[in-house]
Design a protein around this ligand. Structure first.
Ligand code: SAM
Length: 254
């Protein structure tokens, strides 16, 4: 995957994308990331990238010319038809794990990071996706782009050392009924489990959105606080059922 980021602050993008797991994946060429300062493309002699808003209104808007020209230079290097152009704004579609999964399978992602009051609508209209990372307003699109990049890139095969860590993390699609079979959960144990979690039937387990259960590391007791005893029991079925119960209980909280 190749990711291009159009930003006035490439250093923000570079700093995050060269650190930790993303940095290692980038070095291993599991994905490529190129940040472009679209100010470099401004035809204005003062390299201006923003202008006042037609019809009035507070603040400045990022204008078309530098961003369109920067995009053209990228489309000279990649196949435009295989690329996904993304803008971010508080009014976009809400980002989630499903969208991260979809984006992780794309060949080329291009992000345009807004600043000031945002982007001229003619830039937004070029985009395949307009994504919001939540109902709040950031000062710029860089954190939003990095959030989307981080959540998507870590789903590219090979990026996380241990692929298993993806299998049972929050929002992943888990076949709970298959796991019940794997752990040979008896009818009685299943019924007790349903009673404890307030689920009516086994079928309700299909609709459970998986949220990660509480996890602990050594020592088993720290400042007088002990880990739940079931985790030291060595009984894999009991541990599975306990974790699933915690997951379902945290589900009820979201
Ligand atoms: N005037 C805009 C509004 O009222 O919706 C806010 C613009 S904001 C100050 C500047 C830029 O930050 C936006 O163009 C967008 O790129 C980014 N941004 C801010 N909040 C965001 C969010 N919740 N999700 C995604 N991007 C966001």
């Amino acid at each position: 995957m190749r990711i291009d980021v159009l930003t006035l602050f490439p250093e923000i993008i570079e700093s995050y994308a060269s650190t930790s797991i993303l940095g290692i994946a980038r070095e291993k060429k599991l994905f490529e990331l190129i940040s472009h300062n679209f100010r470099d493309f401004s035809s204005d002699k003062h390299k201006c990238v923003d202008d006042v808003i037609y019809g009035g209104g507070a603040g400045m808007l990022l204008k078309c010319q530098p961003i369109f020209d920067c995009l053209d230079s990228i489309y000279n290097q990649i196949d435009k038809s295989s690329s996904t152009l993304i803008v971010t704004s508080p009014s976009g579609q809400k980002f989630d794990q499903k969208l991260a999964k979809e984006l992780s399978q794309k060949q080329n992602l291009i992000f345009v990071c807004g600043r000031y009051e945002g982007l001229d609508q003619r830039i937004v209209d070029q985009a395949d996706l307009n994504i919001s990372i939540g109902d709040y307003v950031l000062t710029g699109g860089e954190l939003a782009a990095l959030t989307i990049i981080d959540a998507s890139v870590r789903l590219i095969p090979g990026v996380l050392g241990d692929a298993q860590s993806l299998e049972q993390e929050s929002f992943s699609e888990i076949d709970i009924l298959a796991l019940m079979e794997k752990y040979q959960v008896s009818k009685k144990e299943l019924q007790e489990f349903l009673d404890r979690t307030g689920l009516k039937t086994k079928e309700d387990l299909k609709n459970v959105k998986f949220i990660e259960y509480p996890q602990y590391t050594r020592p088993a007791e720290f400042r007088g606080i002990r880990i739940p005893s079931v985790l030291e029991s060595g009984d894999h079925k009991k541990i599975f059922l306990w974790r699933l119960e915690q997951s379902i209980k945290s589900n009820a909280l979201i």
